[in-house]
Design a protein around this ligand. Sequence first.
Ligand code: AMP
Ligand code: MG
Length: 410
Amino acid sequence: MRPLAEAQRHVIGAVGRLPAIEVPLAESAGLVLAAEVHAPHDIPAFANSAMDGYAVLAADLIELPALLEVLEDVAAGSVPSRAVGRGQAIKIMTGAPMPAGADTVVQVEHTDGGSDRVAISVATEAGTAVRPAGSDLTAGSLVLDTGTRLGPAHLATLASIGEAQPRVYRRPRVAVFSTGDELRPYETPQLAPGQIRDTNRLLIQESLRELGAEVLDLGIIGDDPDQLRAVLADAAERADAVTTSGGVSMGEYDLVKEVLSELGGVEFWQVAIQPAKPFAFGSIAGTPFFGLPGNPVSVFVAYEQFLRPALLHMMGSPRLFRPRIEGILDEPVDTNPEKTVFLRVGIAWHNGDAHARLSGGQGSHVLSALASADALAVVPAGVASINAGEPVVLEMFRWPEERRLDELEA
Ligand code: AMP
Ligand code: MG
């Protein structure tokens, strides 16, 4: 059996980055910057008011109350037509450009709100409520680094500098199909004896969409070698990566394994993890192939440990793996000391500590316990049991990734 981290390093080392392209900003969420972005000019481009109030000279506010002449009103979107001199003020709204001469804004609450003359009753230091030009970003400075995975705040920041076509790594297109004669589409109301609903395809597809990949849904393929061969070849041609579930373990009908062995380029691994020990990885006609196990919870674990990090790497992200935190296990568990075991656990937070308990049955078919889990408790190989109250590592699969390849532990 291969240790998990070694298998992960192998997978990451074997998949390449996708090409960089320019995409419209509104279509770039979830994608990763392929180049540094620098500010073309100062942001804000002009000094402006942070408050509704009066733009004045702080030197006029030594003796209070100060009575000043109001020259004009300036709203956000317009520009002052006059400069402010001694004894003068301009009524100004939040976001409006600072008039020449003024160095301070007195918020309206500290005044009598006057129109022709204003009385100011509160001492205000020079620079108060003024947002200087460049106080967010200075011209030429680094805004976002290569490798940044774009989220809403990144998009808004790029919008603020007018970067409408960021350079990003292309969105991966991933072909997905399920294998197994027992599988029927999940919409099937009445199953015949021996049949089950296909859950893996939806699990993988929605995980891929959440990641920002494009899905090529190739449906359910029965345990038929000719059909499998044809679908695999088609998938490899049309997609950047191909992923299947089922058929990679030891059973007589594990035909994915048989067909892939003929094609060459794919290896069958026994990874020292539980669940998700059997895993096939390699390439078909140059396209990375991920043969996930059949049991749904194994599919999820294999997706999390291999496919998701590999796709993030293809997408240009240096951050590949989910964050891990230390929690406390609130009940005793026995695990397999030969493998890294991923327990499905729910978390209750007490005084900032994450207290974990099994979220249900730990069989690799028990989807309901996965659905009610908040994290995977990671019990490393070499550990046979954990007592109640002992620390445990929690992999936060609902949190975005943050660990890099060089931060990988078993
Ligand atoms: P296999 O590795 O193909 O022998 O599958 C292992 C187990 O996972 C069997 O119980 C299968 O019925 C089940 N399984 C395989 N594929 C799926 C799927 N797409 N949805 C739900 N269960 C599946
Ligand atoms: Mg099968």
